[in-house]
Design a binder for this molecule. Structure first.
Ligand SMILES: Nc1ncnc2c1ncn2[C@@H]1O[C@H](COP(=O)(O)OP(=O)(O)OP(=O)(O)O)[C@@H](O)[C@H]1O
Ligand SMILES: [Mg+2]
Length: 390
């Protein structure tokens, strides 16, 4: 089918999109290529624009590694996630790209999911519920849930007009949502800009819940997209170049904000800071780079993958830009740890202990594990304090 590929109200290009395959099979015309997704920057005048547009569009959908993907697709009566990509005009809540059927007068203002409510109940059930019915109504697929990235089961919902992302744990792991909330608490106490996660319960599960950090005027551009356009050296030099690039685009306090993210990762032993878990916010009307994206997705932390009932494991590796490194090396990028008032975290482990106990009746997390998590957290805070004194 023939579509105009749109960025909010701007016509980017005219293309043929093959809905079955989830690919753009032909580009007929280019209108405003600067408004295309940032990752396509190097392909603006290239014959591979079409292939890379398809690749980007597929990458914007539900990934093949989504937890319980088979079950979700079965419940939605779909064979692959790419079948969902052009449902609901391909709209998302993380950017403003969409597909406008050619020769129609559909306007962004009439369809976007920031202004217009969507019927999320069935998708949420299909995604998060242990026993969900098959989704039969086509309207149930008219949601921004067709275009969410990430490994965890998740669903966009609306409460009091606010769009929230609900996220479950990986398989039967229950710690993820608590880690998200802990990260929010650390950020709040230390004054780091962040997405605020709270806890919610869905059936017999604890899930995390965070508001959308994008507005109708902005898009999230991942560090992965930005890096794609940069020269490659080693991770430390590339990290420096990344900060310089952000600063050259006028983003204020880019270095401090990146450092804050690595301080949080150090405290929480976050192993999942890959290049799609941070980035920048761009204005979709002016294409101005506005800010570093607030810190989000901190669930894969506190040795969640390597829990051992017998011992407290303090090892684990994080990521500096794209390279897996030990946390002691990563924290070295923070120029002045003393600027952070770590005494604000003094009773944090106690607070976390209370929180984990409060939900124990649902999570069945053992006292032993809770105790160990709190010891681990305290040890990280003390270690950072020590580094701050050196
Ligand atoms: N609050 C939000 N507002 C807007 N977009 C968001 C928000 N939270 C997440 N996203 C988008 O959804 C994607 C997936 O979310 P998130 O990273 O939290 O999921 P995940 O399943 O934990 O990911 P991963 O595969 O990295 O573990 C993000 O990369 C981002 O593009
Ligand atoms: Mg993520």
């Amino acid at each position: 089918m023939k579509y105009i590929f749109m960025n909010k109200n701007t016509e980017v290009l005219l293309a043929e999109y093959d809905s079955g395959l989830g690919v753009f099979s032909k580009i007929y015309d280019i209108y405003n290529i600067n408004y295309a997704p940032y990752i396509l920057k190097n392909f603006y005048n290239d014959t591979s624009l079409r292939t890379n547009l398809s690749k980007w569009f597929q990458g914007r959908g539900i990934p093949s590694w989504r937890d319980k993907l088979d079950l979700l697709l079965h419940r939605l009566n779909q064979t692959t996630p790419s079948e969902l990509l052009d449902k609901a005009f391909g709209l998302s809540l993380s950017d403003q790209y969409w597909l406008k059927p050619y020769d129609t007068d559909i306007k962004y203002d009439d369809i976007n999911f920031f202004d217009h409510d969507f019927d999320y109940t069935e998708f949420m059930e299909a995604s998060l519920s242990k026993n969900s019915k098959m989704v039969t109504r086509e309207e149930a697929l008219m949601t921004p849930n067709n275009t969410t990235d990430g490994m965890l089961k998740k669903a966009w919902i609306i409460e009091d007009g606010v769009r929230y992302l609900l996220k479950g744990g990986y398989k039967n792991e229950v710690l993820q949502p608590f880690n998200e909330v802990l990260a929010s608490m650390i950020c709040e106490r230390l004054g780091f800009e962040h997405v605020t996660y709270t806890l919610d319960t869905y059936q017999d599960m604890v899930v995390s819940k965070c508001p959308c950090f994008i507005t109708k005027d902005t898009e999230f551009i991942t560090a992965s997209q930005i890096r794609n356009d940069m020269e490659r050296h080693d991770s430390t030099k590339d990290y420096e170049d990344y900060i310089k690039l952000l600063e050259s685009h006028g983003i204020k306090d880019a270095r401090i904000k990146m450092e804050n993210m690595y301080i949080l990762d150090f405290l929480m032993l976050n192993e999942d800071r890959h290049l799609n878990n941070f980035g920048i916010i761009r204005d979709v009307n002016t294409l101005e780079w506005l800010d570093v994206a607030p810190i989000f997705d901190n669930g894969q932390s506190l040795n969640i993958q390597d829990y051992n009932d017998e011992e407290v494991i303090i090892s684990g590796q994080g990521r500096l830009f794209y390279e897996v490194k030990c946390f002691d090396e990563i924290i070295a990028v923070v120029k002045d740890i003393k600027r952070i008032d770590l005494s604000r975290l003094d009773d944090l482990a106690l607070w976390f202990d209370d929180l984990l106990h409060k939900y124990q009746y649902i999570t069945n997390m053992s006292d032993r594990r809770i105790h160990k998590l709190c010891i681990l957290l305290n040890s990280r805070i003390n270690k950072l304090k020590k580094l701050g004194r050196e």
